[in-house]
Write a protein that binds this ligand. Sequence first.
Ligand code: NIG
Ligand code: FE
Length: 418
Amino acid sequence: MPDLLITGCSQLITLQGPVPRRGHALSDLAIIRDGALLVGDDRIRAIGPRRQVERLPDARRAEKLNLRGRVVLPGFVDSHTHLIFPASRVAEYERRIEGKTYAQSARKGGGIRSTVEALRRTSPVLLKDRALKFLYEFAAHGTTTLEAKSGYGLNWKNEVKILKILCELDREQPLDIVRTFLGAHVVPPEFSRRPNAWVDLLAKRLIPAVAKAGLAGFCDAFCERGAFTLAQARKVLDAGRACGLVPRVHAEQLTHTGAARLAVELDAASADHLEKLNRADIRTLGLSNVVCTLLPGCSFHLGLSHFAPARELIAAGAIVALATDFNPGTSPTVSMPMILSLACTQMRMTPAEAIAAATINPAYSLRLHDRLGSLDVGKYADLAAFEVADYREIPYYFGVNFCSMTMKRGVVIHSKKM
Ligand code: NIG
Ligand code: FE
């Protein structure tokens, strides 16, 4: 592949500098005005002001791509999704509008369990095809890397079915997909009267088998009333850690359980949701290396007025990230730009903070920060160009997708006519 010289970046948002970003550094986007990049193979070979990059001998010989004033940023890293599911839960959505809560639907056999039942009946071919369509949409909204969890299979056969689809998708399409085993999503129907037996099976057999087969790099647990207790989550995550699966936790979403402290104790890569944090949790997280992955799409879609305390977390020095939590129950969106809008208006993050929280910090939580999450020499040429006059317009125009070009490892994978 010949080198490619990309010019016409009115604002080139590099995110160069400290990794991860905390406190004041979260709003430092390291912007280059009238910037350019030289891309060779899948990597960034040079980056800087246009005049400087254009002068390089390799740049003169390179193919040219003029973005004509677009705002360019690192491709979004969406560090929390449940990509593989068989169908929407639109009836449950409508019942919720009529007044039934998420927890009420779950108790009545709806919720996660209904998706599990449907997934078990759905062929891998169909599941993969569905996921592929959504992956195109992720790319069209500027996402170049995503994490994806199992957790709608909840027996060996179907959890492996999900993880294998994710392996295939990672190989066969351009986006990077990082796999997380979420056998502790809810207690499967077969174990509803003996949840501890499921936790035992996870800890002793399934988690070691997933790790041995290389099916996931992370292990997650949904610690919540109606899902798993703190003690059960600890057992699952400990078992994962013992065989090399790094913990991530669904913590403090609908009720306070103590899972955020557990994440710190276990040195988890990430604690996710965090709507119900208390002051002590915020202090503890702020002093830790656990990434606080906030998912404002959930409160929005569930029609709840309570969002995670992003400002307090940032003030406490926490590493804040943003993700879609793409799933059929609480956050059916692929759009990181929409998540940025929610983060800004509902959690009072600034546009700059939101962009750092959607790129370099989630890359850190996935342990991929040395390869992606910022635009720097030697890193992947993973980037998204937006047809806006200023990066702040990305969250400002909510519900509008101005991503006009997405590049993954030097290849254009989405392009609107310019
Ligand atoms: O992150 N909280 C657990 N898992 C998802 C919801 C999954 C579902 O409702 O299907 C979440 O919100
Ligand atoms: Fe989730």
